[in-house]
Design a protein around this ligand. Structure first.
Ligand SMILES: NC(=O)C1=CN([C@@H]2O[C@H](COP(=O)(O)OP(=O)(O)OC[C@H]3O[C@@H](n4cnc5c(N)ncnc54)[C@H](OP(=O)(O)O)[C@@H]3O)[C@@H](O)[C@H]2O)C=CC1
Ligand SMILES: CC(=O)N[C@@H](CCC(=O)OP(=O)(O)O)C(=O)O
Length: 403
């Protein structure tokens, strides 16, 4: 016998509920209670484990890839979110486990659903999806989701407008070109208006976030030359995800620095897409990422040529002006060096600009936490906007963790 064969039950609080096994309503005031039924253990109304709880979090989100680093970070950040509750969590190798068995630091997060395989997920009870799956797996999964859901995809699968460029840099054909056309690039501070109306937001990569935030306003204002931009960037190892790789072993990483993806990192086309849009002509950059012996954090040090007659003070004032109303982007006092330590665990980007010793050149330093502003924090910022909530909901209370 399944839950659908009866239509009225009472819960442990003693209130009566009506329903069909899937959707339940109660006569409780304002309908702000949710009935919790363990559907898989249903034998009869008598055998049901039934309780109801006050519905404080009215937006139900699904978390695909909850057993990865960005998934865990979304769970951590949502603990303080006033409106987003997690209704569904998926995993691959970890399907069938509880979240605290995968991430013991989340043991205090009670009432989270058991991790299930993405292919077993039922989306009928959720309003929105955070997709934290590896790139290359995401297009087909998102294509199969019910149309009414708001989706923020943290992977790179919908970031490049030109699908031939996706194929060139990611080594496989795009599997959802129609969806690519409707996807909105989720660099929040730049595309807020488009994000409001979006159904699918492509959350930016961590390096592109730390690089575009300082460069886009300066290029738009024509204060720097849009050519000969050199970007030297460094990331904590969590940027590579939780999957085991020899190159990410402690012995390989500790007490050393490693450049990787030299001249061919897949974030190049994403960075160049954003900078070219800002400039109006094709921009190419020299970009070299480095793996640092730290778990999280990202710094981009960017060398630029200033436009004729422009000073470093002009660049500084433009950045100040561009971000004066932004909560999560801070242009530090003149001369103060941004440090990854100062944004760790928070959704902030800190930046500053310095004169180079070579005339007409400037050095920009931008730092973020790759897992927060570079991934899960910006994803929540975007879903807040998509759901018509305050943009800082659930994010403002996270101060950086220092040291
Ligand atoms: N880490 C970072 O700093 C950033 C990451 N991103 C992007 O966000 C996405 C998630 O990254 P991250 O959390 O670091 O990655 P992880 O490798 O830590 O986690 C990946 C998640 O996806 C699940 N998974 C893996 N393969 C499949 C599959 N074939 N089908 C269904 N589920 C699968 C894993 O399940 P299980 O572990 O149970 O096998 C896990 O839950 C990636 O696209 C990444 O590029 C974006 C910005 C920054
Ligand atoms: C240290 C490290 O390996 N970092 C990742 C970037 C993480 C990121 O921004 O992610 P996606 O584009 O994958 O979403 C890399 O270089 O591929």
């Amino acid at each position: 016998m399944s839950a659908a064969t009866f239509n009225s039950v009472s819960c442990s609080r003693g209130c009566w509920w009506k329903g069909d096994g899937k959707i339940w309503t109660t006569s409780k005031p304002n309908g702000d209670y949710r009935l919790n039924v363990k559907r898989h253990s249903v034998v009869s109304p008598k055998g049901l484990s039934i309780s109801c709880s006050k519905l404080e979090k009215e937006v139900r989100v699904a978390l695909l890839g909850a057993s990865g680093y960005t998934g865990a970070e979304i769970i951590r950040l949502l603990a303080n979110h006033p409106s987003f509750g997690i209704g569904l969590m998926t995993a691959d190798r970890n399907a069938g486990k509880s979240i605290e068995s995968v991430f013991p630091h989340l043991v205090t997060q009670k009432d989270l659903p058991t991790l299930i395989s993405t292919s077993d997920a039922d989306f009928s009870d959720v309003d929105a999806v955070f997709c934290c799956l590896p790139h290359g797996t995401t297009q087909e999964i998102i294509k199969g989701l019910p149309h009414g859901l708001k989706i923020v995809d943290l992977s790179a699968d919908f970031r490049l407008r030109d699908i031939s460029e996706y194929e060139q840099w990611y080594g496989q054909a795009h599997k959802a070109p129609d969806l690519q056309e409707e996807a909105v690039y989720g660099l929040t501070e730049m595309f807020r208006e488009q994000i409001k109306a979006a159904r699918l937001v492509a959350n930016p990569g961590c390096y592109p976030t730390s690089i575009q935030l300082p460069l886009v306003p300066l290029i738009k204002a024509k204060l720097i030359r849009d050519q000969n931009i050199i970007i030297d960037a460094k990331s904590g190892v969590s940027g590579a995800g939780r999957g085991a790789k020899v190159s990410n072993l402690y012995t390989e990483l500790s007490e050393g620095i490693m450049s990787y993806g030299v001249t061919k990192h897949r974030h190049v086309p994403e960075i160049e897409q954003g900078l070219s849009d800002a400039s109006g002509v094709k921009v190419t950059v020299s970009f070299t990422p480095h793996l640092m012996p730290m778990s999280r954090g990202m710094q981009s040090t960017i060398y630029v040529e200033m436009a004729p007659g422009t000073t470093v003070d002009d660049l500084y004032e433009q950045l100040k002006l561009s971000y004066e109303k932004e909560e999560f982007v801070r242009v530090l006092e003149k001369g103060v060096v941004p440090r990854t330590h100062d944004v760790r665990g928070s959704n902030y980007c800190y930046m500053n600009v310095f004169p180079d010793r070579i005339p007409n050149r400037a050095i920009i330093i931008s730092v973020i936490d790759n897992l927060v502003k570079g991934a899960s924090g910006q994803a929540i910022q975007n879903l807040n906007i998509m759901m018509g909530l305050p943009e800082n909901a659930g994010l403002a209370s996270y101060l950086p963790v220092f040291p």
